[in-house]
Design a protein around this ligand. Structure first.
Ligand SMILES: Nc1ncnc2c1ncn2[C@@H]1O[C@H](COP(=O)(O)OP(=O)(O)O)[C@@H](O)[C@H]1O
Ligand SMILES: O=C(O)[C@H](O)[C@@H](O)[C@H](O)[C@H](O)COP(=O)(O)O
Length: 181
């Protein structure tokens, strides 16, 4: 079902968002390897105490997340400067977190990966060597403020096989690019 953009996908800033297990890392890496844009894993920008907190089964608070979101925003701002595009895997669960990432009028496209709870649980249980415990899944889902119609966010039901999900993500970026012309 992949359609190619007539002129290719033009470099831009994309945040692949959603709860833990939704496939942010897989999709963001897949997009970057196909598009040749820089990739950043949002988890790698967390301060160590945030990772320790989640590892111990405690959800993060807004206060915990603010310095991390600032790091994420700085990464996006640096990519905006160099103009080669960039894709950040970042949960961006609440509307105001997303506003932080768009601060100063930065043109950021959010791609929300929507996945049912049972599939999320299956994925988190199957994922090896990762700090995030499956017991935090419900708090992730409670914290998530699904994008409202007012926020221009691309929504992808990310339940197919990985290659298909990545192809659909490229289709959505192409479609959006055409709509923005
Ligand atoms: N479309 C998919 N189908 C099957 N497994 C997937 C899919 N997307 C991701 N996974 C697997 O689910 C787990 C969570 O994916 P990951 O990309 O780490 O999610 P996130 O970064 O949102 O926490 C990983 O083991 C990954 O390989
Ligand atoms: O805001 C948060 O609570 C965290 O950022 C969280 O949403 C994120 O999901 C974890 O860092 C786990 O990492 P994965 O999303 O890669 O599972």
């Amino acid at each position: 079902m992949t359609q190619s953009c007539p002129n290719g996908v033009m470099p831009r800033l994309v945040v692949v968002m959603g709860v833990s297990g939704s496939g942010k890392t897989l999709v963001a890496e897949g997009l970057c390897s196909q598009l040749g844009w820089p990739f950043q894993e949002g988890d790698d920008l967390h301060p160590p105490h945030n990772i320790a907190k989640m590892s111990s089964g405690e959800p993060l608070t807004d206060e915990d997340r603010l310095p991390w979101l600032e790091k994420c925003r700085e990464w996006l701002a640096a990519r905006a400067k160099d103009g080669r595009g960039g894709i950040l895997a970042c949960s961006a669960l609440k509307g105001f977190y997303r506003d932080i990432l768009r601060q100063n009028g930065m043109d950021v496209t959010f791609l929300f990966l929507r996945v049912p709870r049972d599939e999320l649980e299956r994925r988190l249980k199957g994922r090896k060597r990762h700090f995030m415990p499956v017991t935090l899944l419900d708090s992730q889902l409670e914290t998530l403020e699904a994008p409202s119609g007012q926020e221009h966010i691309l929504v992808l039901d990310a339940v197919d096989q990985p290659a298909e999900v990545i192809a659909k993500a490229i289709d959505l970026l192409c479609e959006d690019q055409e709509n923005r012309r």
